[in-house]
Design a protein around this ligand. Sequence first.
Ligand code: CTP
Ligand code: CA
Length: 226
Amino acid sequence: LEYAAASKDMKGLKVLVTAGPTREALDPVRYLTNHSTGKMGYAIAREAALRGAAVTLVSGPTTLEPPLFVDTVPVESAREMFDAVTSRAWEQDIIIKAAAVADYRPAAVSEDKIKKLDGGSAIALERTDDILKHLGEHRRAGQFLCGFSMETRDMIKNSRAKLARKHLDMIVANNLRVAGAGFGVDTNVVTLITGEELLELPLLGKDEVASRLLDEILARRKAKKV
Ligand code: CTP
Ligand code: CA
């Protein structure tokens, strides 16, 4: 019923959303990850589908139900997410990268479980590829690219730097120090940043943040006449 009632202002648009954390294996029993639960990205995918878009959701491991009428592609590592996203990127009108991608992975994955020894230990790490930066550098004309930015300090300055470095149209800045924002909760407090503008949203449910974000993206696509 909800699907019937929603306005279909995204009909004909192809949207790709990423969500959740990635898992970077160390050995057959251990991995590196982060606190992302996927709630924000799933809310965006669900809302875009409600509004009539053809939605692909590339999701790291979460405990959430795949949203109805969304093509959900499960992945684990940053490398798997890179492949799943880049192979589907070209045809998308809008890409929204809400996933918390690991910046580092263990340089080697041990085939056997690593045994403990006396004393300390060090894990050698290597950088993962920046999926969003790659998308910004290989983008089809007219495609709208939106990233997320998680910061604990200098949120606006650091997020603006990411917007420029990754060639994005918009970045959704998340201050982890604000109550009601960030990991695991059903609410969020975000600032939408484009080249020129800054729009601070109040504390809202993640569904409402998703809806406001899509409104702003649609308005900017229209202004750019794409
Ligand atoms: N991102 C990505 N691939 C990576 C790392 C990040 O696509 N390997 C994307 C995230 O999905 C997010 C955006 O880049 O949309 C910003 O992520 P964030 O972690 O805030 O910024 P980083 O550029 O990784 O910088 P740092 O972690 O050092 O703040
Ligand atoms: Ca990062």
